[in-house]
Design a protein. Structure first.
Lengths: 306, 531
């Protein structure tokens, strides 16, 4: 197992370098000057030229890339062009906010998605099944920015139960977590339902029923454990996705997370900050996938043996 | 009996505690607003936008205060008085005694010298050196040839002398701009380029102290009890960073913010102004600013003055003002908007005449019309897009076939800096109350290229230089009026559109909110009251 994990971690190094090359290449191809952008309407060609030279922006691209890479290998991701702060500290300060949001969104997705999926499978084609699957379809299909605005309008402006936006205490997490987790909940519910229905068709379930077991022990004692295998894998990948992909939710709800940093960095052509944010999020996705594989191996010994 | 007495004493104690606690809560007067951009720093030498912190945390030698809607005056700030030498090159400022920085240090002339020298020091990498590059020795300092700036001297503890290379009339007005805020040497120097990056690394003399700063979330300023003009009435000033205009509106409607700045979401103006509750809560004032379209003379067909004139005539500016901006403004015909010193109300008007425009276009060699582009920044809101779509339809009658070119912000500014951006529209509000802030910015030898006008006119450049040093008020006014006519009418180098009112909506508990004279979304809140 250890060998497997080490191998996966080693493979991720070229992936990370590849990602930095792509980002660097893309930002160099598209036009944009971070200093001109900082000055916007107050542009002065003399100041732009002087500050560009002071920030070493006029050095050849290859020199700048290797300077970045050398720093990154030492754990120094450089300083943000726009914010003048170390990239590492900007990301690490923002990450706890993204983490809290992703964690609550994932919990919401699991707590709602799994029971809904089980109930839908047990009572298939019934009213609750249609209702749950309708809601999950809505969650999967509705764009996050739209559901976010709807939630804000209903629960903050009209009912005044929750704050509109910001990130001060637990009340600020409820709406964004639900909005962000809704889509994942929908996927989990549908996956749990289909997986459970498939397992319920197996012979050993028929045997369990033939033994005279009640329906509940059959579901929870025999069917659920096997049907949750693909669900758990998806859940692990989803957590990584939630951590890396909360960009829109963070923007609409004004949450100072890593996603917002990345978007701001793209807009400001802030190469060091964008590189740092992308590297960080890529690492999260790689680790998420690795966790999913390890979990799968633990849950299904056949894979471990293979 | 004893028990009942104890009960009464306890009850009274609780009541008293309750009253005291309620008093303590009621005493906290918080003013919360939303702003659409994160300030990159509180160091005003390092930024050219987001001046909400500088305007409330720092002071300047001179202050530009709003005296009436759209009107301003220069008043003593950290300097109680100043003298200007006869040749207009030497400025002597006499500082207010006993002014304390937020760290308890007293303001001295050395702080002023340090502040301005720091701006010119190449190690600072300041973005605002334009406001000081005419000081004697500034260029040597910026190029690293000198260890200090020759024109900056502390004569004694409370007297500063600033010597300029040549007379520069807008100097006093510039000294009142946020970029000229004064720093404390003892606090700032050890921090180097880390100054202004956190609340703890920020120190001014202003009415508010920067207390907390959470990047991409909010920053909080608290009242400075030792402010030299007296403690502000507002205890706490919170600025939330909200990039989404819809979220901003909902924050206001749910009472979470006290002020809604319609500049951040112009499409909301009809909703708020016609709303039974919010309609009464709108506060507005004219702005010393102008909306305009540019002509890039380096790109055909706008190298031809007849084409530029034709375009000017083909746009029905009045209709756009009425239909798109709900008539909340006035047409402008020159370079100087209303409220600016030397504003010329008699500037020749630009007529709307699509027929004449068509004829002019034919005379210019385009009898079958001409193709052209208008560049737009995709991310800066729909108002520019809508306005340009209207213009696109209007000028089609005269034969201009317009393609709207969507660009991202970074590409837009990079192309513009090279002088290669096609026509675009934007607005400019005064940084300081002087025509130079408009004329030199747009039509100076470097600005005209860096802003993609390419109106290379030695005559205009010479007049701009003369305007900077002309100390006779009347002569200066005449010079700018003539220059305005030359640029807008004779050369048709730009298309002025209108100046718009700046509309804010405030919660009923907010009183005395003053719309800033120049119409910025950044303003001092010292005079504002919260009930």
């Amino acid at each position: 197992m250890l060998k497997f994990i080490l191998k996966r971690l080693l493979i991720s190094i070229p992936i990370l370098i590849g990602v930095t090359v792509i980002i660097f290449f893309l930002l160099n191809v598209v036009p944009g000057d971070p200093v001109a952008l900082m000055m916007k309407e107050h542009i002065s060609v003399d100041v732009v030229a002087r500050v560009r030279a002071q920030m070493h922006l006029d050095d050849p691209a290859i020199v700048r890339y290797f300077r970045f890479l050398a720093g990154a290998l030492r754990g120094d991701l450089g300083e943000s062009y726009k914010l003048n702060r170390p990239v590492t500290s900007l990301i690490l300060n923002a990450f706890p906010n993204t983490f809290v949001l992703a964690l609550w969104a994932a919990l919401f997705a699991w707590v709602v998605g799994i029971p809904a999926g089980i109930l839908s499978a047990v009572k298939k084609y019934s009213l609750p099944d249609n209702l749950f699957m309708g809601f999950s379809l809505l969650g999967v299909s509705m764009p996050v920015f739209w559901s976010a605005l709807l939630f804000q309008y209903v629960f903050a402006v009209k009912l005044r139960w929750l704050p509109v936006a910001g990130f001060e205490d637990w009340r600020y997490v409820i709406m964004p977590a639900i909005v962000l987790g809704w889509s994942s909940a929908g996927i989990i519910a549908r996956l749990t339902r289909s997986s459970l229905l498939e397992v319920m068709r197996n012979d050993y379930i028929r045997t369990a029923r033939a033994k005279g077991l009640h329906e509940l022990p059959v579901i929870f004692g025999h069917a659920l454990k096997n049907s949750l295998l693909p669900v758990v894998t998806v859940m692990a990948i989803q957590v990584a996705g939630l951590l890396a992909g909360a960009v829109i939710t963070e923007s609409v709800f004004g949450i100072p997370g890593v996603g917002r940093i990345a978007v701001n960095a793209i807009q400001a052509r802030d190469m060091p900050l964008l590189q740092g944010a992308v590297l960080f999020e890529t690492t999260l996705v790689i680790l998420g996938n690795l966790a999913a594989d390890i979990l799968y191996a633990f849950l299904d010994p056949r894979i471990k043996a293979a | 009996m004893r028990k009942s007495r104890l009960f009464v004493v306890l009850s009274l104690s609780f009541l008293l505690a309750g009253i005291l606690a309620a008093g303590a809560f009621a005493a906290e007067k918080v003013f919360t607003i939303a702003y659409n951009e994160e300030p990159q720093t509180s160091d005003m030498q390092m930024t050219t936008s987001c001046y909400m912190i500088p305007m409330n945390v720092y002071d300047r030698l001179i202050e530009c205060v709003t005296t009436a809607p759209g009107k301003s005056a220069l008043v003593p700030g950290l300097a109680t008085k100043w003298e200007v030498s006869k040749d207009g090159k030497v400025y002597t400022f006499y500082l207010r005694k006993g002014v304390k920085f937020h760290n308890g240090e007293e303001l001295t002339a050395q702080d002023v010298v340090y502040t301005f020298d720091r701006m010119l020091d190449p190690k600072t990498k300041a973005l605002n050196t334009d406001i000081l590059d005419f000081v004697l020795g500034a260029k040597d300092r910026m190029e690293g040839k000198a260890a200090s700036t020759a024109g900056l001297k502390a004569l004694d503890r409370y007297t500063v002398r600033i010597t300029l290379e040549k007379p520069f009339v807008p100097f006093l007005a510039i000294m009142a701009s946020p970029q000229a805020s004064i720093l404390n040497e003892k606090f700032t120097r050890p921090l180097g380029n880390k100054y202004g990056l956190t609340a703890q690394a920020t120190c001014g003399t202003g009415p508010f102290i920067l207390k907390e700063w959470v990047l991409n979330d909010h920053h909080t300023m608290v009242a400075n009890p030792n402010y030299f003009r007296g403690r502000p009435q507002i205890d706490k000033f919170v600025v939330k960073i909200v990039t989404d205009p819809e979220t901003m509106r909902m924050l206001f409607e749910s009472g979470e913010i006290d002020l809604f700045d319609c500049d951040f979401a112009m499409s909301q103006i009809p909703y708020f102004t016609s709303h039974p509750k919010w309609g009464k809560q709108t506060v507005s004032g004219p702005r010393v600013g102008i909306y305009y379209y540019t002509f890039n003379q380096a790109i055909k067909p706008f190298d031809n003055v007849k084409v530029r004139k034709a375009f000017q005539m083909a746009v029905d500016r009045k209709l756009i003002l009425q239909k798109m901006f709900y008539n909340h403004g006035q047409l402008e015909n020159g370079v100087m908007p209303r409220g600016l010193i030397h504003y010329n109300p008699n500037q020749e008007k630009i007529e709307y005449n699509p027929e004449k425009a068509k004829k002019l276009l034919a005379e210019a060699g385009y009898p079958n019309g001409v193709d052209m582009e208008i560049a737009l920044v995709a991310s800066t809101g729909s108002q520019w897009q809508k306005m340009s779509e209207i213009v696109q339809a209007m000028v089609a009658k005269a034969g201009f076939r317009v393609t709207l070119k969507q660009m991202d912000e970074a590409a837009f500014y990079a192309t513009r800096k090279e002088g290669k951006l096609p026509m675009y529209t934007n607005k400019w509000s005064a940084d300081f109350n002087d025509p130079d802030n408009f004329f030199y910015t747009f039509f100076g030898p470097k600005g005209t290229v860096a802003r993609s006008y390419n109106n290379i006119s030695p005559e205009v450049f010479a007049a701009l230089e003369k305007g900077r040093s002309e100390t006779d008020f009347a002569k200066r006014g005449k010079l700018y009026a003539d220059l305005e006519k030359k640029i807008v009418i004779d050369q048709a180098a730009w298309l002025p559109m209108f100046s718009l009112k700046h509309i804010y909506v405030v919660q009923p508990r907010v009183k005395k909110f003053v719309v800033p004279w120049n119409g910025w979304s950044d303003f001092p809140i010292y005079e504002t009251r919260v009930e």
